[in-house]
Write a protein that binds this ligand. Structure first.
Ligand code: ACO
Length: 311
């Protein structure tokens, strides 16, 4: 790749400028963005499933309306992100094929089961809370279409986080059994949410280059720490215990210390062997197959329109 173009590209990023689809960019930058944006899109779409499970079992009309809206938002996020990835010269069909064949990654977090209604609240509070922490810096990503998509996504994620926290506050004001359900859900999700931020910086293969390219602005470990620091006081207000005996304020660091994440379990899950990986992919494959007639219909319609226009 020509050195002068590379230098101009890096200078634009260093000056906090944005790269747009028609601009020259190094091939590795393009590939990194396709990887990250498509993994992100897949996560949104697979992320509809754990909660979608609860739409027909929501305890009231109000909760059902909120949950429906939230799950639809996740679908919408997937669509903006696939569109952002398409500006880099890849087709949505290729990306979906990668997901359905099991070759593409998506967030580890969506491979765990939702066992009780409190899981819906905890996903909002902790999973979407972690997602926002990771996604706010992406609004300043060097690639324009991704950064712009993230602004709207973050606004919607913020609503998701709040509805989850409010759901949990309501349950905590309920019966002892309801409080127990919330604590049980927090126990099962806490560590998985900490792992969502990705491997420790020392083991994160892409971080250094992605930071230099302005794709990532804050490292995996720093974001994880920010999430812990923000969440502990929220857990206190809620009245739940975070399941980590090592969680403790460290006045010297000005941060909470916390215990060791089980990275073996994380990689098992990322590599397809988590508790729900097969079920999640199976559901997506079936949905894709069941939707084939819609795609065929839309293509036939487009063909007819084109033929008519040529007459
Ligand atoms: N789940 C699955 N895979 C992960 C996770 C995770 N939680 N964290 C890291 N990985 C994967 C990376 O994708 C990468 O795999 P690859 O090389 O096959 O592509 C590998 O582990 C190494 O990790 P890093 O070098 O740290 O990778 P990266 O610099 O891409 O950082 C991160 C990972 C932080 C997830 C980044 O890609 C990112 O910010 N993505 C956008 C946000 C996103 O996808 N959020 C999805 C969940 S939120 C939601 O949808 C509600």
């Amino acid at each position: 790749e020509p050195a002068d173009k590379l230098a101009a590209f890096q200078a634009r990023i260093d000056a906090d400028g944005r790269i747009e689809p028609q601009d020259w960019m190094p091939e590795a930058y393009r590939r990194t963005l396709i990887r990250q944006i498509s993994q992100h899109a897949h996560s949104e779409v697979v992320g509809m499933l754990p909660e979608g499970n609860w739409i027909t079992r929501a305890p009231s009309l109000k909760r059902k309306a909120i949950l429906l809206a939230k799950v639809q938002d996740e679908g919408g996020h997937g669509l903006y992100l696939y569109s952002a990835a398409e500006t880099l010269g890849v087709t949505r069909a290729e990306l979906i094929e990668q997901l359905l064949s099991g070759r593409a990654k998506y967030s580890s977090i969506f491979n765990y089961p939702t066992l009780n209604w409190a899981d819906v609240g905890v996903i909002g509070w902790l999973v979407d809370g972690a997602a926002i922490m990771n996604q706010i810096p992406l609004c300043r990503c060097s690639y324009g279409p991704y950064a712009r998509a993230m602004i709207r996504i973050c606004k919607e994620e913020s609503f998701h986080q709040r509805q989850g926290y409010e759901l949990l506050l309501t349950m905590m004001r309920g019966t002892p059994e309801q409080r127990q359900m919330v604590q049980d859900a927090v126990n099962r999700w806490w560590w998985k949410c900490l792992a969502m931020f990705g491997p420790p910086d020392s083991a994160s293969v892409h971080s250094e280059q992605s930071m230099r390219w302005g794709i990532k602005r804050i490292s995996n470990d720093e974001l994880r720490q920010k999430f812990v620091d923000a969440t502990v006081p929220q857990a206190e207000v809620l009245g739940v215990t975070l399941p980590d005996p090592k969680l403790k304020w460290n006045p010297e660091r000005g941060h909470y210390d916390f215990g060791e994440i089980d990275w073996d379990e994380f990689w098992q899950t990322v590599n397809g062997h988590g508790p729900c990986n097969k079920e999640r992919l199976g559901t997506r494959i079936k949905a894709h197959r069941d939707g084939a007639w819609v795609r065929e219909g839309a293509l036939a319609h487009a063909r007819k329109q084109r033929e008519r226009a040529h007459k």
